[in-house]
Every structure is written in structure tokens, then in C-alpha cells.
Ligand binder design. Sequence first.
Ligand SMILES: CC(C)(COP(=O)(O)OP(=O)(O)OC[C@H]1O[C@@H](n2cnc3c(N)ncnc32)[C@H](O)[C@@H]1OP(=O)(O)O)[C@@H](O)C(=O)NCCC(=O)NCCS
Length: 143
Amino acid sequence: MIIKSPETPEEFEKYCDLRWRILRAPWNRPRHKIKHEINDKSIKLIACDENRNVIGTGRARFNSPNEAEIKSMAVEENYRGKGIGSKIISELERRVKESTAEIIVINSRESAVDFYIKHNYKVMEKSYNIYGDLPHFKMLKEL
Ligand SMILES: CC(C)(COP(=O)(O)OP(=O)(O)OC[C@H]1O[C@@H](n2cnc3c(N)ncnc32)[C@H](O)[C@@H]1OP(=O)(O)O)[C@@H](O)C(=O)NCCC(=O)NCCS
């Protein structure tokens, strides 16, 4: 398994597809229109298995020079609990630390809060609900 940025149109398509299938499709949400992300400044990562299937994603965008936000953390269901999400978030953090950002924020789904707590993020406040009734919590880590 390797963690890397999507480099080809095919890898970018797989990155979009996994995000959509895990984070949106179960709530009947349409595919993202995220072509603009190809060349933006955000850090985009995919986890690939030995057959080059994309089995995990993660992204860090910069809200300001001081603040990065981790988004789009998703691991294929049958690969969860094997450390892939941890490898993705660690690599995102490593790359964010190369920037001027001093904090990372996350708007986490309630079901993922404990995963981020394991990575030393603190719950700051309840933030918003999306897709009808999917509570989120703002989390923060100082680098
Ligand atoms: C959240 C997610 C990305 C974690 O990826 P993963 O590869 O399963 O995580 P890891 O295997 O690296 O887990 C690291 C630790 O966190 C724990 N953990 C992982 N997901 C968890 C969750 N949802 N709730 C509580 N604990 C969790 C693991 O048990 C493990 O604990 P351990 O170190 O004591 O063994 C993955 O479960 C996922 O894709 N969930 C669905 C999509 C989602 O909700 N994304 C987050 C949106 S904010």
C-alpha cells in the first residue's frame, strides 16, 4: 500500500469516485464538481493497493496562511481498521507542517470524532448538520 498524491487524470478520477461513494452516495448526494481541485493548492492524497486501486483518500486545504483544514477522509469499507486512515492523516499533517499553517481544523462527522481524538485533535464545538441529520463537530490540533 502506498500513499501519494493523484498524478494522472485516471488517479484523480478514482480519488473523486471514492470520496463520492463513501462520503456522499449513501445520502443520495450527486457527484462533486471538483475539477477545480486538480490544480488548486490543497494537498490531495490517495492510498493505493498493490493493484493500483484507490482504497483511501484525504485532503488538506488552506483556509488562511495560519490554518489548514482536513477534509475528505475516506477509506474503503473492507480496508478500515488496518491503519490506512492513520497513514493518510499523518502524511497530510507532515505536508501541512511544511507550510506556514500552525493549526489544523476538521469538521468531523460524529461517527469519526474518536478517530481524530486518537490523532490528538480536540473537540471545540458542535458545528453543523448536513444531509438532513448528520451532526458535525469542529475539531482542532495545534502543530
Ligand atoms: C474515519 C476513517 C477514515 C478511518 O480510517 P481507518 O483506516 O479505518 O482508520 P485506522 O485503521 O487508521 O484507525 C486508527 C484508530 O482509530 C480507530 N478508528 C477508526 N475509525 C474510527 C471511528 N469511525 N470511530 C472510532 N474509532 C475509529 C481505529 O479503531 C484505530 O484504533 P486503534 O489505534 O486503537 O487500533 C474510516 O473509518 C472511514 O472512511 N469512515 C467513513 C467515512 C468517514 O466518516 N470519514 C470521516 C469524515 S469526517
